[in-house]
Design a protein around this ligand. Sequence first.
Ligand SMILES: Nc1ncnc2c1ncn2[C@@H]1O[C@H](COP(=O)(O)OP(=O)(O)OP(=O)(O)O)[C@@H](O)[C@H]1O
Ligand SMILES: [Mg+2]
Length: 217
Amino acid sequence: MIILEGVSKVYHGSVYALRDVSLHIKRGECCFLRGPSGAGKTTLLKLMYALEYPTSGQIFIQDRDITGMDFLNIQAIRRHTGFVFQDFKLIDDWSVYDNAAVILEILGKTSAYIRGRVWKMLKWVGLQHRVYERAGDLSGGERQRLALVRSIIHDPDILLADEPVGSLDDDMGRYIMNMFYRLHKKGMTMIVASHREDPVMDFARVIHLDRGRILAE
Ligand SMILES: Nc1ncnc2c1ncn2[C@@H]1O[C@H](COP(=O)(O)OP(=O)(O)OP(=O)(O)O)[C@@H](O)[C@H]1O
Ligand SMILES: [Mg+2]
């Protein structure tokens, strides 16, 4: 489903974020990326979403080489992928509802469908009482839950999540990890960068990164 072959990423000609990383992720697999700050976790996720391009090596998503792909084809692949950004990238002046709905609107879904889906998903993460508030007025944990909803609202095949429980307390972290488990059971392929050690992650494959290299699994 996702294949990296000898991928390196060098920023500004000298900062090695990833060195010769090869990785095969099967359909339906759930992978946790572990590693200290600066190990290259975010870079790896960004490469899989074509937000950055590798300096060398190749990346295949669903059997298609995205390394030199044009924008329209990248957009088509992103329709089947969700991305949770480490810094959320919510639109603060918009309501919770509008932040959650925007992708479905871009995809041209009917307003009745959008209403139903947005309510269902916000309820799922316990944000239904904040639907009409400004996203900028939410707490850190609420913003994180909204970011997660936004990334999976279009029911993607692949979910890339960058520290999705980073600013949650233990209970909410476990709750979100449980949601990942349920998405995994539904067959979603997931790659999650996380510092968190949590028993619910027994179902996951754990990949350790350090200074741009895969150390161990
Ligand atoms: N846009 C960029 N320009 C230059 N250097 C960058 C850029 N993005 C990342 N780097 C560098 O690449 C390396 C890997 O960074 P990356 O953000 O992928 O690590 P990370 O594992 O996600 O860290 P953290 O746990 O702190 O989020 C670091 O040395 C970082 O400084
Ligand atoms: Mg990071």
